[in-house]
Each structure stands twice: as structure tokens, then as C-alpha cells.
Unconditional design. Structure first.
Length: 202
């Protein structure tokens, strides 16, 4: 059986309003613009039957899912669908030319990067991929939506596409964008159908 996975990034959060800000495990709400984005994306899913909806346990993902799919729809909250933990860098913002070694590794050498007090990027990639793969294997649903977070979604997509982890930040993943994957239950493999779809979302 082939299943459909719609991997959705949450709407703009209060921290997303700050350019180049590390917003990972910090539990912040979506902004008014984020609410508008989620309401706009809801139109895309009106003609798609989503059988199950999963989110991380972070409030910005939960809020986004409720706006897109409706307050009455049950949400399955899974800790492993969280965003990367940026440790001591949570909430910090950088200019692109900043020489900070951790920030430079983030830009150019994610394969070597462990955030002080936070996640190792290679481990986060594997953890997230395994969590989504297990979820898709175990569910009986044909059409699954997951509302999650940019870095984790990018890492997952890079692994599916066979890209070096150093290139994961080149994958576009805007607020309230959709990545659609096909999941082959027999092989356990994903195939990317489309990336960063957000028609009608401002």
C-alpha cells in the first residue's frame, strides 16, 4: 500500500518575526500573521480527505493544526516530531556575516554541528526520520498530515532526497508550506512529490 504524507510547517511564530533567530524547543505561540497563514492554507485541504493529524507537542504546531483542520478534529501529539533543540542558542539571532563558530557551522557544516546544550544535527535527522517512518508504518490511515517545524522538516526532506546534510538549509520551507511525500509501506521508503507548496498563503 502507498500512503500520502502531508508534512506542514506551522504558521509564523512570534520568534519567526525576528530574522535569523534560533527558535527550536522554545514554546511560543503563532503570531496574528501565522493565524492568517493557517486559515489561508485550510483552503488547500478542503478537497483532501485527511484521515489522521499528528503534531509536535509545541503550541505553535498545535495552534496551526487546529486552524487548518478545525477545532473538532483530534490531534495526535508526538514528542519526536518536535523542532531541533538549539540549546544555548535558543532565541538568539545572528547577522549572516557573524563569525560565531556555531553559527558558521550551522551555515556550512551541519554534519559536524552539535549545539551547546542542544541537539546534534545528524542525530536529529535520524531521530525525526525514524519517528515519521514508524508512524507511517503503524498507521492504517491512507492520508496523513503532520504539522511540525522547519529544521526537522528540512532534515527529513534532505534524507529522503539523498542530499548531504550540509545542504539541508537549501531546501525551501516557508511558514504554512506543505511537503507531500508518498510512502511505500512495503519498502518503508519515501518519495517527495512536491516541496514548499503554499499557493494562496501570504
Amino acid at each position: 500500500m502507498v500512503k500520502n504524507l502531508y508534512l506542514i510547517r506551522h504558521g509564523q511564530s512570534m520568534q519567526n518575526k525576528v530574522a535569523n533567530c534560533f527558535s527550536g524547543s522554545t514554546d511560543v505561540s503563532i503570531s496574528e500573521k501565522g493565524r492568517q497563514q493557517a486559515a489561508e492554507l485550510a483552503g488547500f485541504f478542503r478537497d483532501i480527505t485527511i484521515d489522521e493529524i499528528y503534531t509536535s507537542k509545541l503550541v505553535r504546531a498545535i495552534q496551526t493544526a487546529k486552524i487548518i483542520f478545525g477545532e473538532e478534529r483530534p490531534l495526535i501529539q508526538v514528542e519526536a516530531l518536535r523542532e531541533a533543540d538549539f540549546g544555548e542558542y535558543e532565541g538568539r539571532a545572528f547577522e549572516k556575516g557573524d563569525p560565531d563558530p556555531v553559527y558558521q557551522a550551522w551555515l556550512h557544516a551541519a554534519d559536524t554541528l552539535t549545539f551547546p546544550g542542544g541537539d546534534n544535527m545528524c542525530e536529529r535527522m535520524e531521530e525525526y526520520y525514524e519517528a515519521v517512518q514508524n508512524l507511517m508504518r503503524e498507521t492504517k490511515a491512507e492520508n496523513v498530515a503532520i504539522v511540525s517545524h522547519r529544521t526537522s522538516i528540512r532534515l527529513f526532506t534532505a534524507k529522503v532526497m539523498g542530499l548531504p546534510i550540509q545542504n539541508f538549509r537549501n531546501i525551501p520551507c516557508d511558514n504554512c508550506s506543505v511537503m507531500k511525500f508518498r510512502f511505500d509501506e512495503e519498502t518503508g521508503e519515501f518519495a517527495l512529490e512536491y516541496c514548499n507548496y503554499r499557493q494562496g498563503v501570504r
